[in-house]
Ligand binder design. Sequence first.
Ligand SMILES: Nc1ncnc2c1ncn2[C@@H]1O[C@H](COP(=O)(O)OP(=O)(O)OP(=O)(O)O)[C@@H](O)[C@H]1O
Length: 410
Amino acid sequence: MSRSPSLPDRPHREIDPDLPDDERIEALRGHYAELVDVHEQLSAQLDDAEERRASLRERVDRVERENETLKSSSLYIATVEDVVGDGEVVVKQHGNNQEVLTEVSPRMADRVGAGDRVAVDDSFAIQTVLDAETDARAQSMEITERPEVSYEDIGGIDQQIREVREAVEQPLSEPEVFEEVGIEPPSGVLLYGPPGTGKTMLAKAVANKTDATFVKMAGSELVRKFIGEGSRLVRDLFEMAREREPAIIFIDEIDAIATTRTESKTSGDAEVQRTMMQLLAEMDGFEARGEIRIIAATNRFDMLDRAILRPGRFDRLIEVPEPDRDGRERILQIHTREMNVDNDVDFAALADDTEGYSGADIESLATEAGMFAIRNERNEVHHQDFLEAVDKIENDDSSDVVTSAGYFYQ
Ligand SMILES: Nc1ncnc2c1ncn2[C@@H]1O[C@H](COP(=O)(O)OP(=O)(O)OP(=O)(O)O)[C@@H](O)[C@H]1O
């Protein structure tokens, strides 16, 4: 730091009062001249000091600004695509889709997994994993690189499987067939029917079969949890799918965002409307022969706004009903494949006893029967265990069976 210049000496002059007037005046003139000189020096020093002060102030301002920028420095949002091992991951930055192989600090190593949204700094070091609170997308979207469901795991809806394969799988696996014939594949497929009948499974099985990423979003979460975010989330949903082509977008409970317009003009309705408009806009601007297929599901077909069923939107409707007797038998067999089931179990008879059960109900029934076997200290499940399970489920008020059978869906 430069040192302040020394101050000039203060002029001091004793003037003898007994001097003749002209000499005194001369002495006073001389004193005055000295004072003027010192004044000029001090003014110059003051100007210098002012100048230095201004330049220091400027430096302080600059440092403060830099400090502020560092403290609040923006982080970029990226998705972890793959954990390569040895503390390295591939991340893809949102927006520019740049893919980067980056090291994970030991502090973050246990917390980072494929599919996580993370905040990265300029050098792509992962600073934080976005938790459910900050990451609306993580809460409302489920992304599975390759779901483990196959068509063989789904019972009783063979006709629906066939239709979904034609409408969703074939355009992905054999797009040339559609080109040769000169038709556009259906834009979107709508699965409708009571809860727990295998709609989600169907969508997952197609993703599995076609090696497509499964991107699921629940319509209800879109509008209920993230007020004001609905349309952004719809945009995000399609963007996520585009980043991961081939992909299957599955919108569960689409009725939550595509209900018939009501007269009321509450802000909640406006939000639902905006979300639906965004969805329609995304679908309208969609390449029908592209690598992204859209499947939606609803339990409330009656409530749907018909605008979403127009050609170019959800133009293939597939009903997924409750399983019939044969379907129930098949689903029972599927869900007991891994169980140690005694020869006395009569699946045909159980199918008769489970009228009105959905696939999900039958899955709970099998688990419940297994619990009875464990309670009776057996490792084999007997027919009687299934009967007790039926009894328990039907007398249990909290059971879904009672409600799902009574669901209104068309
Ligand atoms: N047809 C089926 N075959 C075999 N299992 C089934 C079938 N339907 C449902 N399940 C079982 O029930 C569970 C839930 O099914 P799924 O989520 O596919 O139903 P959904 O129709 O999408 O229901 P929701 O309308 O409530 O979302 C599945 O994980 C599966 O174990």
